[in-house]
Design a protein around this ligand. Structure first.
Ligand SMILES: [Zn+2]
Ligand SMILES: [Zn+2]
Length: 274
């Protein structure tokens, strides 16, 4: 994967993190807020007995596994970057790497052997598979029966129709802001944060999200422990600063601020259980 540009000129500028990189507490608060407002996507997972490569049967427009069954909100491009589409899941484009590439990187249980088998079967259809198996039997290939059995299992587990690459070539390629490549279809850079409890697709819509991704790419993890105190203090102060204080005269402001400090101090002590 090529290294991302240090700043993406096509994005709206950062407001929250314009002057300093987000702290670990900021990362946590920001990510939680974005998840709540659904601006960051949740990662699609399949309950047992489904496999990682099973298609999503309900709400397929919400799929976030990259290029999954050729329709997703997230795509892995041939350049190596992952991108999100603006809204609901869209079909893959000609510059998508495709589901197979994604499975290789995401699912250790998808072995090369199995992928090779899927490819062969996809390429040749049922008749091709029969011919393929018949050759093994005819030539008495060592372990042929085991391999046939394995292939059958793979066959039963998979709905090959869904795994076949079906890019929507007519609509054009996806743009990639990281490569500064312009395509007919709009896309946003993403960072897939798999660590719990966050587990989400960070969608880069502006400079603030980009600042978050840059920290995550350095390996910095959000810190949930300091969130409560800092958020509470900020929100109560902002509310009063925006509302009541502006109505008072300047002399009174000082007094109010002093009281506020006391209040927040008492509140903090309260939080600390004193
Ligand atoms: Zn795709
Ligand atoms: Zn790219």
């Amino acid at each position: 994967m090529s290294s991302p540009a240090s700043r993406l000129p096509s994005l709206p500028p950062a407001l929250r993190f314009a002057h300093a990189a987000p702290s670990r507490a900021d990362l946590h608060a920001h990510i939680e807020r974005m998840k709540r407002s659904r601006q960051y996507f949740s990662i699609t997972t399949m309950p047992a007995p489904f496999a990682a490569w099973s298609p999503l049967l309900k709400n397929a427009h919400m799929e976030t596994r990259a290029c999954h069954c050729s329709v997703s909100r997230v795509h892995l491009l041939a350049c190596g970057h992952r991108v999100a589409v603006p809204r609901n899941a869209e079909r893959c484009a000609a510059n998508c790497a495709g589901m197979e590439e994604v499975l290789k990187t995401r699912s250790p249980e998808v072995q090369d052997d199995m992928l090779a088998a899927i490819k062969k079967v996809n390429g040749a259809g049922p008749l091709g598979l029969q011919a393929y198996v018949a050759t093994w039997v005819k030539w008495n290939v060592a372990g042929a029966m085991d391999r046939i059995h394995g292939l059958r299992e793979a066959f039963n587990e998979m709905s090959f129709f869904h795994q076949r690459p079906r890019p929507d070539v007519a609509s054009g390629e996806f743009s990639c802001q990281m490569c500064e490549k312009k395509g007919l279809r709009e896309s946003l850079p993403v960072f897939v944060l798999e660590a719990l409890p966050w587990a989400c697709v960070v969608v880069v819509r502006d400079g603030d999200n980009w600042a978050v991704v840059q920290e995550l790419e350095k390996g910095v993890l959000p810190d949930p422990t300091v969130r409560k105190r800092s958020m509470k203090k900020n929100s109560s102060q902002n509310r009063i600063l925006n509302g009541r204080i502006t109505k008072h005269r300047v002399e009174e402001k000082k007094g109010v601020l002093g009281k506020l400090r006391e209040e927040s101090l008492v509140e903090e002590w309260g939080n600390m259980g004193l």
